[in-house]
Ligand binder design. Structure first.
Ligand SMILES: CC(C)(COP(=O)(O)OP(=O)(O)OC[C@H]1O[C@@H](n2cnc3c(N)ncnc32)[C@H](O)[C@@H]1OP(=O)(O)O)[C@@H](O)C(=O)NCCC(=O)NCCS
Length: 164
């Protein structure tokens, strides 16, 4: 989709009926997608939130799922466990919109930081998180399997609903 085309974004909380849809988004975004059963479990987990971003191009067609985010409330922070945007809809601000939703939820829960881990070789995602204000906290050696890879742990402090 061209960058200058206008669209509306809507975010909806996933429920069990959305598990197949989240799985399809996972498969497109990750080399090691979560299984359908772990997605269903996470959607129903009381300390997690799965949000789907729907893109409406205003052409009378139904809004289409374009991305998703999976968040965990750790009790101290909100952790971004997964975030993915369909290839055709990247660089349109959808990832940013999803992270903004994570900030909103952290604010509601009175958590003061967002945390995440990302594959060290995932330069695009690390650049994205840098743009969003995240800083690198540490590297965890050989954290990921299939393929084996280091993890970069990143976080951002939030206060009153804003990144600080
Ligand atoms: C990372 C990801 C979620 C970003 O989503 P997105 O909707 O394309 O991101 P946005 O359009 O909101 O990007 C906001 C800004 O982040 C930066 N950015 C985003 N993707 C980038 C990339 N690949 N390279 C460099 N900078 C990037 C840019 O500054 C961008 O603004 P601009 O397009 O005006 O230059 C998406 O690339 C994705 O789904 N990747 C595959 C899954 C993944 O790696 N998830 C993270 C694993 S932890």
């Amino acid at each position: 989709m061209p960058k200058n085309k206008s669209f509306d974004l809507e975010f909806r909380c996933a429920d069990t009926d959305d598990a197949d849809l989240v799985y399809a988004l996972e498969e497109e975004a990750f080399p090691d997608p979560w299984t359908l059963s772990s997605i269903t479990e996470t959607i129903n987990f009381r300390y997690a939130k799965t949000l789907i971003a729907y893109l409406n191009e205003g052409s009378g067609e139904e809004a289409a799922a374009a991305g998703f985010i999976v968040l965990y409330d750790t009790g101290e922070d909100v952790d971004i466990a997964r975030i993915g945007v369909k290839k055709a809809h990247r660089r349109l601000g959808i990832g940013r919109g999803l992270v903004n939703k994570a900030i909103e939820w952290a604010n509601e829960l009175k958590r003061s930081a967002l945390t995440l881990d990302v594959r060290a070789g995932n330069e695009g995602a690390i650049a994205f998180y840098n743009t969003m204000g995240f800083k690198i906290d540490c590297i965890r050696k050989n954290f990921y399997q299939k393929p084996k890879e280091d993890a970069v742990l990143m976080s951002v402090n939030i206060y009153g609903g804003n990144i600080c």
